[in-house]
Design a protein around this ligand. Structure first.
Ligand SMILES: C[S@@+](CC[C@H](N)C(=O)[O-])C[C@H]1O[C@@H](n2cnc3c(N)ncnc32)[C@H](O)[C@@H]1O
Length: 244
């Protein structure tokens, strides 16, 4: 069992990770957007913009935004001018918030939001021209299965673009960052979201995630080529670009 699979939101077994992840995101859905932007001081928006720029360079028509949550990346992806964006997520609560945002912006013809599992994608092979995942892969119960499924539904020569937290390499910055991440952030998160575990699970799951070269090798192992990593903001997040 990998470290990533062993870290679960409420301390249940590896096989309960998916259920726990869905229920944790259902619990925090109402506060998710606020906390995201507040705790990251808005940097998350810049990171998503970089993802959009990469995706746009492939001029995709059909985009799948996996683990779409409240739809921030799906909405930002309209700037890539595709015909259609499908956002899929495990959590009904997150999707409800996302659907409202999409409707309020009048984007419901361009973006659809669907309940589903990244590890068992209910679309046919080679359907999409691009797939994105922002802050999702860290939560997968079975990461390799999730990556193979995304590979399956992607067309040849099309990109998977993953945005995920990573561990800063600089030892001094890493110390300061993990102090904030392990102490300050869970405290504020607990106070606002009222979920006692969600914002402790966040740094734990970041620590356990196989980032950098290990993640690149996982992408290559399921068949992706031209795998490239861009380090963002002193390495606290990374964008992985890979082509089928
Ligand atoms: C941290 S949120 C990120 C949401 C959004 N992509 C963003 O950038 O704000 C992670 C999302 O991944 C979803 N998720 C986790 N595992 C999943 C899976 N196996 N299939 C689909 N969604 C999943 C959760 O329900 C949650 O909404």
């Amino acid at each position: 069992m990998s470290q990533q699979e062993a870290v679960t939101p409420y301390g249940g077994s590896k096989d309960e990770k998916k259920k726990e992840v869905a229920s944790m995101f259902n619990n925090i859905a109402g506060h998710y957007d606020f906390l995201n932007h507040f705790l990251s001081v808005g940097i998350d928006k810049l990171w998503r913009r970089k993802v959009v720029k990469i995706v746009k360079s492939y001029q995709p028509k059909q985009i799948l935004d996996m683990a779409t949550g409240t739809g921030d990346l799906a909405i930002a992806l309209t700037k890539a001018q595709p015909q259609k964006i499908v956002g899929v997520d495990l959590s009904e609560g997150m999707l409800e918030v996302g659907e409202k945002k999409v409707k309020d912006l009048g984007l419901q013809d361009q973006i659809s939001m669907e309940l589903g599992d990244s590890e068992n994608i209910l679309f046919e092979d080679e359907k999409f021209d691009a797939i994105t995942v922002a802050f999702g892969v860290r939560n997968y119960e079975n990461l390799d299965q999730g990556l193979s499924e995304m590979y399956r539904v992607l067309k040849n020569d099309s990109p998977l673009v993953v945005l995920e937290f990573s561990k800063p390499r600089n030892p001094i910055f890493r110390k300061i960052y993990f102090f904030y991440f392990l102490n300050v952030l869970p405290f504020i998160g607990r106070l606002i979201s009222k979920d006692s575990r969600a914002y402790s699970y966040l740094p734990e799951s970041v620590k356990a995630f196989p980032d950098g070269a290990v993640f690149e090798n996982k992408l290559k192992a399921v068949g992706f080529k031209s795998v490239k990593t861009r380090s963002l903001t002193f390495g606290i997040a990374s964008i992985y670009e890979a082509v089928k």
